[in-house]
Design a protein around this ligand. Sequence first.
Ligand code: ATP
Length: 237
Amino acid sequence: MKLLLKVSNLNVNYGGIQAVRDVSFEVHTGEIVTLIGANGAGKSTILKTISGIMHPKSGTINYADKDIQNASAAAIVKAGISQVPEGRHIFAGMTVMENLEMGGFIHKRGTDMSATFADIFERFPVLAERKRQDAATLSGGEQQMLAMARALMAKPKLLLLDEPSMGLAPIYIQKIFDIIKTINDQGTTVLLIEQNAKQALSIADRAYVLASGEVKLTGTGAELLANADVQSAYLGG
Ligand SMILES: Nc1ncnc2c1ncn2[C@@H]1O[C@H](COP(=O)(O)OP(=O)(O)OP(=O)(O)O)[C@@H](O)[C@H]1O
């Protein structure tokens, strides 16, 4: 498979605190890759650095054969990387439809977006039913779907998902993982970070385990699900 993203020897600091230490990993076109690890392991910081919200102290982020570690967040969205942030950050005072329109901002003014909307509403029927409703009135699971749909409006090649199952009722957790799998089956490469390691590993082609800002272990999703250390540390024994 073709290399899409290659992170090499990444170091990221918050002032004097080093949050990411010499992290290297790869994502190939078509894969679901997951980064798992406890609170504070550095997962969110890595995603924010890939999406250009933060910049590294050292190391490179190569995407589609270009180094992007110093590119702006807007340039990175244009290049085909969209992030669904932790906590969703939907525009609460806007309708579902307006939130989706914001997600499509990178397309030229006047572009016919009707096919994209049709796709999105087919994948997320609940958003079609609620398109004129204020986003604030959606349930947590529906808000997560809106955040994912908004990111997909940009038609990314690589979708970055930061804790999509966080705070959701069990019924929605399964649904969100099913949707991630479908989005991937339809051609979008996915980099997923999750506390819910079991489900993340179940859908992932490959995974990296992070602790204290470093990559400690890597393997296929199935290998790590079966790994005794991973089971005791992250899968509840
Ligand atoms: N804005 C900040 N200022 C200072 N330190 C920060 C800041 N954000 C994160 N950190 C620190 O950087 C380290 C990595 O945090 P990060 O949020 O990347 O971890 P994480 O693996 O995503 O954890 P979580 O799942 O809890 O979000 C932690 O030690 C955290 O305390």
